[in-house]
Design a protein around this ligand. Structure first.
Ligand SMILES: [Zn+2]
Length: 376
């Protein structure tokens, strides 16, 4: 293997670190980072191993952020090679975590190694925020590390997350924000009884339908330059006893909103409750907010990344906010600029996950270019 990035990515893939296991991945990173002057701090919360590594005392702080855990491989007989035995075929590296996101972590480490060999006296600080629980419940990972940093007033100015953001070639897409995610469990109460005696029942399904129709059709906002319009999707409706002749006593509905920065969760809750009240429902509603929306519309990090991508990949990057939530939701509320930039994502979480070998070095060069642009 010729490339240092390929070698480190392969060593990481060889460790079967299914969430929340780390399987020694972070220890490998610690050895590499300590050798180039980082102070490394392992933070264990519950079942999750996290790493906070920092080189330098001053601000600004650029933090590379990512996760060593991977999703389960699924049926092994569908894989063309063992998911935890990295294998290169026709210039492509295969293995669980190849794209999401052990290659990014390897590229971050080698970018720092080259950058520091050339610029040991950079301004500010370089940090790594690595967790082993991004793919799982994500309660003992990045969110807890950020809490610990905030408690001692340690700030991140720029967070560069290695999530696989690219579509066709590395750097063609960066994520400069993500939508918020707000879920609700709605219980509509009625009066159970025999279908033959409609005057003695209060049918919660009949009551729910017009209200749900109005919720589903409601225009929450128009979105903006970076976000599509907010959307509400009903994901579950449960009611009934299984019998034809019984009107149920209640109906339960689950729905979720992916929302833009044009609106906030308080406004969504108010509007929803106003619609339900208008339909005179007797109901309970439990909300769960799994991520605030965030957006880095402009700033030094964005400019540094755009420039480095132009220089090393020869393309203009496209900024997007699509996709699920990411750990950026925990970092952005501290005031940090947040950007996600990583390899092509078409095989993530799939059988035969892979990454183009040539793109590993390009990604590492882009990360190094970002360091040069921000800290030199
Ligand atoms: Zn990931």
């Amino acid at each position: 293997m010729s490339s240092e990035t390929l070698k480190l990515a392969s060593d990481l893939i060889a460790r079967p670190s299914i969430t929340p296991a780390d399987e020694g991945c972070q220890q490998m990173l610690i050895e590499r980072l300590e050798a180039i002057g980082f102070d490394c701090e392992t933070m264990i919360f519950g079942d999750t191993t996290n790493l906070w590594a920092r080189r330098g005392q001053d601000r600004p702080v650029i933090a590379f952020a990512g996760h060593t855990d991977v999703v389960p491989p699924g049926p092994l007989d569908k894989w063309h090679s063992d998911p935890f035995t990295p294998e290169i075929r026709d210039g492509v590296l295969y293995g669980r975590g190849a794209a999401d996101m052990k290659s990014s972590i390897a590229a971050m480490v080698t970018a720092c190694e080259r950058y520091l060999a050339q610029t040991p006296d950079h301004r500010g600080s370089i940090a790594f925020l690595i967790t082993s629980d991004e793919e799982g419940p994500a309660v003992n990972g990045t969110v807890k590390v950020i809490e610990a940093l905030e408690a001692r007033d340690e700030k991140i100015d720029w967070a560069l997350i290695g999530e696989p953001s690219s579509t066709a070639t590395v750097g063609d897409v960066c994520k400069n924000g993500r939508r918020g995610s707000l879920g609700a469990r709605l219980t509509i109460h009625g009066i159970q009884g025999h279908v033959a005696y409609p005057h003695k029942v209060d049918n919660p399904i009949h009551r729910a339908m017009p209200a749900l129709h109005e919720l589903a059709r409601h225009q929450w906002d128009q979105g903006n330059k970076f976000f599509p319009p907010t959307s509400l999707q009903i994901s579950n409706i449960n009611a009934g006893t299984g019998a034809h002749n019984v009107v149920p006593g209640h109906a339960e509905v689950l729905f979720n909103l992916r929302y833009s920065t044009e609106i906030d969760d308080a406004h969504i809750k108010q509007t929803t409750q106003a619609i339900l009240d208008k339909h005179e429902l007797d109901y309970d509603i439990d909300w769960s907010l799994s991520g605030y929306p965030f957006l880095t519309a402009e700033g030094e990090l964005l400019r540094a990344a755009e420039q480095a991508i132009q220089k090393h990949a020869g393309i203009e990057t496209d900024l997007q906010t699509t996709g699920g939530t990411s750990d950026g939701r925990f970092i952005a509320p501290t005031g940090a600029q947040v950007l996600e930039l990583g390899p092509v994502n078409d095989s993530i979480h799939k059988i035969n996950e892979h990454v183009d070998v040539a793109e590993l070095d390009r990604l590492s060069d882009i990360y190094q270019g970002i360091l040069e642009n921000l800290l030199s």
